[in-house]
Write a protein that binds this ligand. Structure first.
Ligand code: MOS
Length: 737
């Protein structure tokens, strides 16, 4: 089948993806490839006393079994023994096979390397471990109440602490969110290939090939230029591939030791115990307002879990200090180390957890005030960033409220909970607001204009799914006014100029600015080439020439024109290559607050007999600045809403506190939303360009698509049933009980 080409906003890599031609990390087949499979701990804390390997070693095809006693030295592990001068050199994350300590159940303790995947799997099951066990801690709900177990991370105060108590009305609530896992379709995988002792090529599932490259260079004591990371396609990540998990160092260690390429692919179960997750959290939030609805005070405390070997923190309470106008705010954040693997960023990190509490509490307050919840938010709309006292670069949140209300049919929302019935179901409406940082980081992009007039753009980034190449092609198309079909964006290789890690909703903003710059530079170069070498253009200035439809045209006389292909031919150039670097928006960030905003609206039906919740309709509105690609931006919002449905209603990783083991570490019992859980989703964007952040006017939509969504569902459930649920996921028994 031939690629039929793409139209409008279709994904430029859609054909490769849906036909199975796209190569994800584990799809790469290399000559002489060996396979590594992890053996994992079956205790939650202690030490390995003895690994019994004889049976596994004699199993067919086994090349080696690597564990703490025979693991070659890893330079990046050394600072672990404490060298304060070498900070930043150390491998961040679990130092696998470094010693015999066990910090959590499911920790990798050995890697069986064999000639085939099946043989490695078989032999891995023959490894037996003897342990010295120690008492472990996994019970977040129990241990968070013991202050001595907690590590203080941050506090913030503006005005008076606990001023909510002095307000005419206030609400207080404790909110509980479980561990949530990313569960992308593609599982983490790494293939490592050494050339001698100094050159390393790694195929890896990564949101940031450059970051993986520098982490590996440091860890294995190599020069960065001698480490190449390839990530052509990523099958979903949601933050899970923002850093490297044990598969990455393990593949490199093993490939060196057995002297051939090694592939390490996690299985689904290992995706739970070796890859991070959204941490479990407890929050207490208290909000007070005057009779007029004006906020008087917000107090927000949060605790989330981390592991025993790393501190993971996220901004759970941050948005409470700046999303709304409020004179008195105090927040605190602590973490609780547990015998679990380290959490990590997951879509809308921190904010998604915090917004559940903040946006539910505001809803509760609105009922106390007998006020529409949207009205309450409008009354407290902040026009200056309340912490930084700076204007926002752009903010079109009020427009989101209005569009959301209109599209969901907010006028049908009952003001009295449990008063609307439809088809025998309790019906209700809810909304929740969201926010996330926007900004612009560093990116370099190379442009190669070929003599046939086609354009190749390159940058060392990867695309976990939002459609990076599609958006970049659209940006180049707009700047150069040339057909998108002649533009190719290449990514997924650290040999390309350095691009950003895909995270924090900043890829389009950061990388797009680089694309915009290099296309502008290319335009200038073409105009100069024409002025220097073409008689008809020689009297013109740069500004007298426009480029459109693959031609340079005089603005003074449209008859004076030359095609880009002819210009290259005439100038004797095979191609024009240029690289542009786009820097951080640092000066801008000192003058403006930069955020994307969202408002999610949800309509639910709740069965009064069973308590079953059915989301009937979703309207997701988001101020992400100028929308570059309508279709992929819409898909981002839909994806965020689906993730939000999971957060609100289905997803929860459970820990068995008698063993420290995850109870539902598989997709059969860890429930992501099914198609039948997902109703029609309408999206809306103000689509107003941000005048500050970058050349395109875009901000970002990746995180705001999720942040605030779960609160919208909980608020709709309250509106339908009169039952306020403070614990996610919301279950039928929470409503009936
Ligand atoms: Mo996202 S959690 O920044 O990948």
């Amino acid at each position: 089948m031939e690629n039929p080409g793409f139209y409008n906003d279709d994904r430029v890599d859609g054909f490769e993806k849906v036909t199975g031609r796209a190569k994800y990390t584990a799809d790469h087949r290399l000559d002489n490839l060996a396979y590594g499979v992890f053996v994992t701990s079956t205790i939650a804390r202690g030490a390995i006393k003895n690994l019994i390997l004889s049976e596994a070693k004699n199993s067919p095809g086994v090349l080696d079994i690597i564990y703490y006693q025979n693991c070659p030295p890893v330079p990046g592990y050394k600072p672990y023994e404490k060298d304060p001068n070498k900070k930043g050199f150390e491998w961040s994350g679990l130092k696998i096979f470094h010693n015999n300590l066990v910090y959590h159940y499911g920790q990798p303790i050995a890697l069986v390397v064999a000639t085939t995947w099946e043989k490695a799997v078989k032999a891995s099951r023959l490894v037996k471990a003897e342990y010295i066990t120690e008492e472990f801690e996994t019970d977040f709900e129990k241990l968070r109440k013991e202050d001595s177990k907690l590590k203080k991370i941050g506090e913030y105060k503006r005005g008076e602490a606990d001023a909510f108590k002095t307000a005419d009305f206030f609400v207080e609530g404790e909110y509980f969110t479980p561990i949530e896992t990313h569960n992308p379709m593609e599982m983490h995988a790494t293939i490592a290939v050494w050339e001698g002792d100094t050159k390393l090529t790694v195929y890896d599932k990564s949101q940031g090939p450059k970051g993986t490259q520098s982490a590996l260079a440091r860890n294995f004591g190599l020069e960065e230029k001698n480490v190449r990371v390839i990530t052509e396609f990523v099958g979903g990540a949601f933050g899970a591939a923002l850093r490297s998990w044990p598969n990455v160092p393990a593949a490199c260690i093993a490939a060196k030791k057995v002297n051939r390429p090694v592939k390490v692919l996690l299985n689904r179960k290992q995706m739970f115990s070796m890859v991070g997750y959204r941490p479990q959290a407890w929050q207490k939030i208290s909000i007070g307002a005057g009779k007029d609805g004006k906020l008087v005070g917000i107090t927000h405390h949060a605790i989330s879990n981390t592991s025993k070997y790393e501190d993971f923190t996220e901004g759970i309470v941050n948005a409470s200090s700046f999303l709304y106008e409020c004179p008195n705010v105090n927040t605190s954040y602590k973490i609780l180390p547990l015998n679990l693997n380290t959490p990590t960023w997951m879509r809308g990190p921190g904010e998604a957890t915090g917004a559940f509490a903040l946006e539910c509490a505001l809803d509760e307050l609105a009922y106390k005030l007998n006020m529409d919840p949207v009205e309450l938010r409008k009354i407290n709309h902040a026009t200056l960033h309340p912490v930084r006292k700076l204007p926002w670069s752009s903010k079109f949140l009020l427009e989101c409220y209005e569009a959301g209300k209109q599209k969901i049919g907010w006028q049908n929302r009952p003001t009295v909970p449990r008063s609307l019935k439809e088809d025998g179901m309790l019906a209700g409406y809810g909304m929740g607001g969201g926010v996330f940082g926007a900004g612009r980081g560093n990116a370099a992009v190379k442009a190669i204009l070929m003599k046939d007039g086609s354009l190749i753009l390159q940058s060392a980034v990867s695309d976990m799914g939002p459609g990076t190449a599609t958006a970049m092609v659209k940006i180049a198309e707009a700047v150069l006014k040339m057909p998108a079909s002649k533009i190719k964006f290449m990514l997924g290789d650290t040999d390309f100029p350095p691009g950003p890690t895909q995270g924090g909703s900043t890829t389009t903003s950061t990388l797009g600015n680089g694309v915009s710059l290099v296309c502008e530079a290319l335009k200038k170069n073409l105009k100069e080439t024409a002025i220097a070498g073409q008689a008809a253009f020689s009297s013109l200035g740069i500004d007298d020439i426009e480029i459109s439809n693959e031609h340079l045209i005089s603005k003074k006389d449209s008859q004076v024109k030359i095609s880009i292909a002819d210009l290259l031919k005439a100038s004797g150039k095979e191609s024009i290559e240029m690289v542009q670097e786009s820097g951080r928006a640092a000066a801008e960030a000192s003058k403006y607050a930069m955020n994307s905003f969202s408002a999610h609206f949800v309509k639910v039906h709740v069965d009064p007999v069973t308590g079953a919740i059915k989301i009937k309709n979703i309207v997701a509105t988001g101020d992400g600045g100028k929308i570059i690609s309508e279709k992929t931006a819409r898909s981002q919002m839909i994806g965020g809403a689906v993730g939000g449905i999971g957060m609100a209603l289905t997803e929860e990783l459970l820990v068995d506190h008698t063993t420290g083991k995850y109870l539902n570490d598989n997709l059969g019992s860890y429930h992501v939303p099914r198609h039948t859980d997902v109703p029609p989703i309408e999206t809306w964007f103000p689509n107003m360009p941000d005048p500050v952040i970058n050349a395109m006017g875009s901000k970002g939509v990746g995180e705001i698509a999720l942040v605030g969504f779960a609160a919208a569902v909980a608020n709709a459930v309250f509106n339908a049933t009169g039952k306020r649920v403070y614990k996610l996921p919301i279950k039928p028994e929470d409503i009936l009980g």
